[in-house]
Structure formats: C-alpha cells, structure tokens
Design a protein around this ligand. Structure first.
Ligand code: ADP
Ligand code: ZN
Length: 599
C-alpha cells in the first residue's frame, strides 16, 4: 500500500515537517521525473530519496562512493525499521546472503551500492530483472572531471539511462558551482532533469571569528562551553594537530589527532571513536571530514585561517547537520595570513592562478575583518542576500566603525619610512613611540612618524594592521621574514584620495556562552543531569548493537526528550526523531531512565 510522504516522515522517521526543498523534490521523483538536487551539507539530501523509496512500492538503488557512509546509512535506516542493505567488498557473507534473499523476495526497499559494485558481475542484469523504481546517485559531483573527487566509475553511471530507460533517476550533491552542475546534468541525465537548489544558509550554526590572542586559552574557554559534546578542531599543520590533541588529552578531554601523516589504522580508529562515542574531540588537518556523516557534531573550532571562503564554509558546515544549535568559531592572526600567502606563493601554480588564490584568500579575510553580520558576508559570497542573522558574533555584540583613513596613513607611512623591511611589532613600536633597542639602533626614534600613533594602544594597532592586511592594503612579505609592504591599493589612501573604515575590537571579547535558542527549546539546567543519563544509556545501547550513537537517537532527540520527560507511549512518540520502530524498540527503556532520574 502506498503511503503519503508526510505519513512516512512522521511514522518512519519521527519528524514533524519537511525541510526547505525536500517536499518538492520528493513529489517530483514520485511523479516519475528525474531530479538533480543541490543542497548544502546537512540540508537533508538522504530523505529526498528515502521517502520516495518508501512511498513507491519497489526497490530503490542508492549509489554512493563511500563504504563507511553506506554502512552507517543502512544502520540508521534499519533502526527506523526500514528494510535496507548494502553489498560491498566488506559486507560479511551472512549479511550478504540476507540482503540477497531480501532482494529475491522483493522485500528490500533500499539497496546501497558502490558504483564499482553496481557495474560488476551481472549486477545490472539482476537489477533489470528486479525492475527498480528509482536510482539515487549520491555525491553526484564525482562525475565531474573538474572537481577534486572525480571518479572514473561515476562516469559509467551515464549508462544507467540506457540500461533502465523507464526508471527515474536522481542525483544529489552539495557542490553548487555551475560547471559541476552542468556536468552532472549532461552526463547523468542528457539534460533531462528538474533542478533543485536550496540556499546555503545554515541558521543553526552560530558563527564567530575573533582575533588570535592566546590561542590555547581561547580554545580552552571555547571547549568549556561545549563540555561533553562532539566537535572538530582544525589546525594547519600535522605537528600542531598532535600537540593540541595531547595538550587537551592531558587536561582530561577525549581529544584525538587526525591527519594524513598518521598510519591509516590509527586514523580509522580515531574516526571510529569519533563516530561511536560521545564527547570526542577530533583535532585535525583538513584531511578530516570528507565523507563523515555524523549529524551531531556540535562545534567546529578553527585554530588557523582556512584557505578561502569555500573551505571555511565546508569545514564549519560539518557542525549541526541535525539542525540543533551548533557553534563555529575561528581565531585568526597576522601569522595565519602570512602562512596562507606563503602556501600560495610556494605552490606549483601559474602566476595567474596564484593571483586568483590570493583573491580568494582576501575574500575570506574581508569576512574576518567585517564589522557587520558574518552570515550576510558569507552568503553574499555565494550570491545570496539576507537580513542580519542574529546568530553571529557581530549581530550579538555589534561593533562600531570609524573613518580610519588617518590611522591607515600613519601606519603606511611608518612602514614606508622604515624601508618596508620590518614586521608588524617593530612598526607598532615606531607608531606608539616605544624606544626599544632595535628602534634606537636603527635611528627610528628620529623619524617624523615616531610616536604619531601614541593615542592608540598596541592591541588596537595590531587589530588595525590586520584590518589593513585583510583589505589587502598591506601585505606580509614571506621572503622578507614577515616584513610589511604596501600594495598598489594603498596609494590612493596615502594620497588622501580614498577612505578606509576601521573598527575597534571590543575589549576582552569572549565567545558567547549563551546557546542559540531559535531552533528548538533548550533543556533547562535541571535537565542537564537527565540529559547525561540519557546520553549514557544511548552509548550503552549503541555499543551493544555495534552502531554509532546517533543511529540510536540524535542529540536533538535526547534534548527534546529531556525537556518533555515523556511518561507514556503517546508522549514518547512526540519526541523529535521517534518513529514507530524506535518507539517500540527503545521507548520503555528511555522512559524508565527518565522516571528514575526525576523520581
Ligand atoms: P546531507 O544533505 O548532508 O546528506 P542528511 O541527509 O544526512 O544531510 O541529513 C542531515 C540530518 O538531518 C540527518 O540526520 C537527517 O536525519 C536530518 N533531517 C533530514 N531531514 C529532516 C527533517 N525534515 N526534519 C528533521 N530532521 C531531518
Ligand atoms: Zn549575524
């Protein structure tokens, strides 16, 4: 019997409403049309094919490039009582024969396959006999030769349209650039698909960017506001990764390093613990996160500036995929900017490509130094316009700007008069009239600029220097040991032909302790103990069943449970993410834990 998408959403997945864009995609696919779905990470792509799969009587084949991801998706579907399975090189024989039997009986609703597996050993012929009702190609950007994730096997998925001319196909990806989109449309659909693109905003992620002062303390303070939660700390270097992880571990936190220099077995073990245990902090280089589908990552902390806006967005986007409040904070300093510029200059690129990369970095730095809403600036980069968000550091603690042309001219002339040979600290010595040995030895105390900036303090000058660097008016020269140099764009400012706006960083600005509340009711402090107990219970069940904790319940479900304290089957079924299968399987156990805690 066919059931409506709304019923499936409620009874199988335990969710109240579709997210932006889901309903339209689902209706289109059920109506038999092809669909290309572009949604940001965490936007809820999986449901776009899982709901049609359940609404249409028959088999849906999901093609996905990552075995671990397929395994977790299948576990999550099974926990919701859905007949799902995967066949891949690491499927144990008993499981494979169960999947094969369910395929034969026609009871299997979702079959997850890697593209290699789909195209090998008679699988195609077998599927032709089974007449699937839908093909869903996940991570569809892998067909594009332009992208980093290109896979030869994905190209062959073009054959599906001839092999299964009557079966609707959908392709899903988070990569939105035009080239990739056209490639997918071309190769998988011959142009014949309805396109869906949903916005880039991730409103549940609180955004923050703050100048680097004492990075270690900044990290610690941030982690204190996220005790017991899972998160990722991104660093630039492997060494920094290792150091940070062991410092945090020495402080009693569960922090594990992850970078490309580690043995694969160690990396896998750390990733596995991150996925299955609560409250694990991964300290990683960018190598971490590709193909990680953990919905309840509560924070992402950048110890260094990412290379560009896209990377920043992609990395912070690993937080809060479940839609519950999450936080992303980046600390950045002049050093980071210098290091990033060096990366670009030392890379094997043509001069033109280097210029392009510098511009991409400039766009990110401009967001770092923006005095207004971060989300507006971020979304503007992706071509979207929005109101100030109310959920970023700038919206929560506004800063005022002033005409900083005079300050910029003073800084620039100090840089020029010292021969563009000195780093920020020495230039600031000159500006503030500080008589260090180096200043005296070089005779810089006799320069006309000596002391002209003494009405501002050092931290303020440091911030102005960063703002000037972010606006690409000054550059930190890498070959010249961090010497500051003026760019072409500085000329009109020096001549007084253009204006610069600056802002003062608020003193002692802390990361906001308050949690975002717009998304859902928060557990009250009294519920914290209950929430801990529910988390413990979830962990025990997850390890007994050998699945990641979020397969049992998402954080958001536990928080909702702790707030509602359901004491009847009816009340429990109202909890976010509780469908019929989880109600039957876990309802009594979790209600007993709630009773015990509130008694
Ligand atoms: P992605 O687009 O990155 O593949 P997923 O499909 O993994 O995102 O979805 C992210 C999370 O959001 C999942 O845990 C999923 O269960 C949850 N989710 C998806 N749709 C909804 C919805 N309509 N209501 C509540 N949660 C949802
Ligand atoms: Zn904002």
């Amino acid at each position: 019997m066919n059931t409506s998408p709304e019923d499936i959403l409620r009874t199988t997945f335990g969710y109240d409403s579709f997210r932006l864009g889901q309903q339209e995609v689902i209706d289109t696919v059920i109506a038999g049309q092809n669909a290309l779905v572009i949604m940001p990470t965490g936007g809820g792509k999986s449901l776009c094919y899982q709901v049609p799969a359940l609404a249409m009587a028959g088999l849906t084949v999901v093609v996905s490039p990552l075995i671990a991801l397929m395994r977790d998706q299948v576990a999550a579907l099974k926990a919701n009582g859905v007949a799902a399975g995967t066949l891949n090189s690491s499927t144990p024989p008993e499981e494979a024969s169960a999947v094969n039997a369910a395929l034969r009986d026609g009871t299997l609703r979702l079959l997850y396959l890697s593209p290699e597996r789909l195209l090998m050993d008679g699988m195609i012929e077998r599927l032709q006999g089974l007449k699937p009702v839908l093909f869903a190609v996940d991570e569809a950007h892998c067909v594009s030769q332009w992208g980093h994730d290109f896979r030869q096997d994905y190209l062959r998925l073009a054959e599906l349209k001839d092999l299964f001319p009557d079966t609707p196909r959908m392709a899903l990806t988070a990569t939105a650039d035009d080239l990739t989109r056209r490639d997918i449309l071309d190769k998988l659909f011959d142009g014949d698909a309805v396109e869906f693109t949903s916005g880039f905003d991730r409103p549940n992620i609180r955004l923050g960017i703050t100048p680097k002062k004492a990075a270690k303390q900044q990290l610690r303070r941030f982690l204190d506001t996220h005790a017991g939660e899972s998160g990722i700390v991104y660093c630039l270097s492997r060494k920094r990764c290792e150091e940070t992880a062991s410092e945090l571990a020495a402080d009693g936190l569960t922090a594990l390093p992850y970078h490309a220099g580690m043995a694969k077995a160690d990396r896998d073990r750390h990733q596995d613990r991150f996925l299955t245990e609560d409250g694990v902090i991964i300290v990683a280089t960018i190598a971490f996160g590709m193909g990680i589908d953990k919905p309840d990552v509560r924070f992402v902390f950048h110890l260094n500036v990412p290379g560009n806006v896209e990377s920043w967005y992609q990395e912070l986007g690993r937080a809060g995929r479940d839609g519950a409040p999450a936080e992303a904070l980046m600390v950045y300093g002049l050093d980071d900017i210098r290091m990033r510029r060096a990366f670009i200059d030392d890379s094997e690129r043509t001069d033109e490509q280097k210029r392009f990369e510098h511009q991409r970095l400039n766009a990110l730095l401009a967001i770092c130094e923006a005095a207004s809403c971060r989300r507006q600036a971020l979304l503007r980069y992706f071509g979207e316009t929005t109101e100030p968000c109310g959920n970023c550091d700038r919206c929560l603690a506004p800063v005022e700007t002033f005409d900083g042309t005079e300050e910029a001219q003073k800084a620039m002339s100090a840089i020029l008069r010292t021969g563009q040979m000195f780093g920020a600290e020495h230039v600031i010595d000159v500006l503030t009239g500080t008589e260090t040995d180096k200043v005296k030895k070089r005779g810089h105390d006799r320069l006309p600029t000596f002391g002209v900036g003494s009405d501002w303090r050092r931290p303020e000058w440091r911030s102005f220097m960063r703002q000037l660097a972010a606006a690409d008016l000054i550059r930190v020269d890498v070959g010249g040991f961090g010497a500051l140099k003026l760019t072409e764009a500085a000329r009109p400012i020096l001549k007084g032909a253009a204006e610069v706006r600056l802002h003062k960083e608020a003193e002692g600005q802390k990361t906001t302790r308050k949690r975002a509340s717009s998304v859902m009711p928060e557990a009250t402090p009294a519920d914290a103990a209950l929430l801990d107990r529910l988390r413990d219970l979830r962990r025990d069940i997850a390890s007994a069943e050998g699945v990641p904790a979020y397969v049992i319940f998402h954080d958001r479900s536990l928080i909702d449970m702790a707030a509602r304290k359901p004491q009847s089957i009816d009340a429990f079924s109202d909890v976010h993410g509780v469908g019929e299968a989880k109600l039957a399987k876990y309802g009594e156990t979790f209600m007993a834990a709630i009773r015990a805690e509130i008694a």
